[in-house]
Design a protein around this ligand. Structure first.
Ligand code: KG4
Ligand code: ZN
Length: 350
């Protein structure tokens, strides 16, 4: 372990379509984000209607070098005491870019490196907010909702994660994105649907809420996609009208939010958690944030609502550095010689 009073961790994230590098510093049991840079590839992938893995990996190479150079500045490797890098889950070749950069930096600097689970990073994104840290008491329940993952995770301690519920097919973000694509909206569909939904009536188009009354905490969103397609095809004559599109968007959003909220509240009740984290790209959704906040306040006022700060919702490296910090403070690290990518990495082994 490093002996410096305030540990500074360099974070690197390249698991999907965002290249990100950040520097965080441990302060009084908490953390301060000193630098936080993200370069998104969304405009590149929008041309293809989704993420193209090879394109993502190739784009990460120059961006990773550029962002690391910016974050290190003139002080170079003296800027940090340790390196945290996303090593999974994610796109194999994309993850490889960050992992190789981290291994090289560890070799050159002689400083410790650790591979971080991307989903643990999303959990740590909620801890980056000072107000959340005040109420950070275990057990916590995390609703992780992103483009590739929808999981309900019980956190008993740092490194202690139990997946108590997950989607059996599409992730919530995928349900948003695929619905958006069907409606001819630009990629990614999530923010587009959220924008259109503001003018629509969420009760206007009946859509399924799969597994809502199933006693497990598992979810399913592929049936919703099918229903969206059928409704879209059945309304060929009016579907380009703004009102119809807005009603469609509001109904899709409500169906997804209803399932996420009911499952989260049921899990929070069953496991008597102290707080509920809302993290991942879909947590940017206003309707989801507000509804979860209101329902928790009304039905479980003793449970704190701990959403991640807006700055750290979508993929970033500050959250990876923060999760790395947890592990370094526990005395853990990896060997740079053997650090590798794990595209299917599970949170339960983080
Ligand atoms: O966590 P994230 O940035 O990347 C992954 O790790 O997947 O999540 C991206 C997902 C996309 O599916 C995107 O459509 C969705 O988050 N998203 C939203 C909103 N903003 C982003 N979904 C619904 N409403 C939003 N406002
Ligand atoms: Zn993510």
């Amino acid at each position: 372990m490093v002996s410096r009073k305030s540990l500074r961790v360099l974070g690197i994230e390249t698991s999907c379509d965002e290249t990100a590098v950040a520097l965080v510093e441990a302060v009084n049991g908490g953390v301060r984000v000193r630098k936080h840079l993200v370069s998104t590839q969304i405009p590149i992938h929008a041309r293809y209607g989704g993420v193209v893995p090879e394109v993502a990996a190739r784009s990460h190479v120059p961006e990773t070098v550029a962002l690391i150079t910016q974050v290190l500045g003139r002080r170079g490797i003296e800027t940090f005491d340790a390196i945290a890098v996303t090593h999974g889950p994610g796109l194999s070749t994309a993850l490889g870019v960050g992992v190789e950069a981290a291994r090289t930096l560890a070799f050159v600097s002689g400083k410790p490196v650790i591979g971080v689970n991307h989903l643990e990073g999303h959990i740590a994104s909620a801890w980056l907010s000072a107000v959340n840290r005040r109420y950070w008491k275990f057990p916590l329940l995390a609703l992780i909702v992103s483009g590739g993952h929808t999981e309900l995770v019980l956190m008993s301690r740092v490194g202690g994660y139990q997946i108590i519920g997950a989607t059996r097919d599409d992730a919530a973000g995928e349900a948003f994105d695929k619905s958006g694509k069907l409606m001819g909206l630009p990629y990614p569909g999530g923010p587009q649907i959220a924008r259109l939904a503001k003018q629509g009536d969420p009760g206007s188009i009946p859509l399924p809420r799969p597994m809502l009354y199933d006693p497990s905490f598992d979810m399913s969103f592929s049936g919703l996609k099918t229903a969206v397609r059928q409704t879209w095809e059945a309304n060929e004559t009016i579907r380009e009208q703004e009102t119809f599109k807005a009603n469609m968007a509001a109904s899709i959003q409500q169906a997804i939010v209803d399932v996420l909220i009911e499952k989260t509240l049921a899990a929070a009740r069953m496991y008597h958690v102290m707080g509920v984290l809302l993290v991942g790209g879909v947590s940017a959704n206003e309707c989801l944030r507000e509804s979860l906040f209101i329902r928790l306040k009304r039905e479980m006022p003793e449970v704190r609502f701990l959403p991640s700060d807006r700055r750290f919702i979508t993929d970033n490296a500050a959250m990876i550095a923060a999760a790395g910090l947890w592990h370094f403070q526990n005395g853990e690290q990896d060997d740079w010689r053997t650090l590798d990518v794990h595209p299917e990495l599970s949170l339960e082994t983080a």
